[in-house]
Write a protein that binds this ligand. Structure first.
Ligand code: ADP
Length: 274
């Protein structure tokens, strides 16, 4: 990436203690990366770098990276996984989707299933939806009492602090799309036979609650953007720009973590292989 990733990161990051201002954030944001070919080239380069860094992370075996992807239907969570982590292969990246909780999961506290999926040392874990659903869909659909939901923001902050103090770096990306873009993507699922399977009539019910979801996101992003685990709002109307920005931040974060291959306590000359 020609622009320093930190400049882009600064632009998309929700400063801890500040309002997320979702409605003021442009889902297109052309100024962040202007040229599509350059964006595609940087994605390719960054995705390969992420693969190499993950190899070192695994060899070092002391820390993990957790990438949380949140966004409304059609915001591109699956596409991000494919575009940014596709080149990594299955060895070092674990992707966990979180759908409607099972009976077993509902019998536990809401973080139980989340904690169980946190990546172990050496692994990059990607959450496709996450514990944030418990303050998003659960709030919008009134699946739990308001008082219970209200307590969760601080619980989530404490949980993420616990993770970061125990070797898990937490990167949270909200994929921000416009209502018009969602309309186009839903329409494409109806129009394109190969995309028909992705169409779920229930998504239209959620679309009717667009404003309620935006408000719930605003609250979650504002209250849970912390110094230890800040939120990033990624302009996601253009898929190539979304992927390029996320890849740049993941790469930059891994480079800052600087995983190191352990030094062997032997020399090659110590051994003879017959
Ligand atoms: P996706 O839309 O992510 O591709 P699905 O079609 O399986 O995958 O949708 C998952 C659904 O599960 C979403 O509607 C989401 O809101 C819902 N969900 C996720 N977590 C929870 C939760 N904790 N409580 C209720 N519903 C949830």
């Amino acid at each position: 990436m020609t622009t320093d990733w930190r400049e882009i990161d600064e632009a998309v990051r929700v400063p801890p203690g500040a309002a997320a201002m979702l409605s003021k954030r442009d889902p297109v944001s052309p100024h962040l990366i202007e040229d599509k070919d350059a964006g595609r080239a940087s994605l390719k380069e960054d995705a390969e770098a992420i693969d190499a860094l993950q190899d070192a992370l695994w060899a070092e075996h002391t820390r993990a990276l957790l990438v949380v992807l949140q966004g409304i239907d059609t915001s591109g969570k699956d596409g991000t996984v494919r575009g940014v982590f596709g080149p990594c292969g299955p060895l070092g990246v674990n992707v966990t989707p979180f759908g409607r909780p099972s009976e077993e999961e509902l019998a536990h506290d809401y973080l139980w299933r989340i904690h169980g999926a946190v990546p172990k040392k050496g692994i990059i874990g990607v959450f496709n939806r996450s514990h944030y659903e418990d303050v998003l869909v659960v709030k919008v659909r009134k699946l739990a009492p308001a008082k219970v939901i209200e307590q969760r923001y601080e619980q989530i902050n404490a949980f993420e602090k616990h993770l970061t103090e125990n070797g898990v770096v937490v990167l949270k990306f909200m994929l921000h799309i416009s209502k018009d873009e969602q309309k186009e993507r839903l329409q494409a699922r109806l129009d394109e036979p190969e995309s028909n399977w992705k169409f779920n009539p229930a998504d239209l019910d959620d679309r009717k609650l667009w404003d309620e979801y935006q408000t719930a996101y605003e609250t979650a992003l504002t209250r849970c953007s912390t110094a230890h685990a800040p939120w990033r709002v990624i302009p996601a109307d253009k898929k190539w720009r979304r992927n390029a920005i996320i890849a740049a931040i993941v790469r930059g974060t891994l480079e800052e973590m600087a995983p190191a291959y352990p030094k062997p306590d032997w020399k090659a000359g110590d051994f003879k292989i017959d």
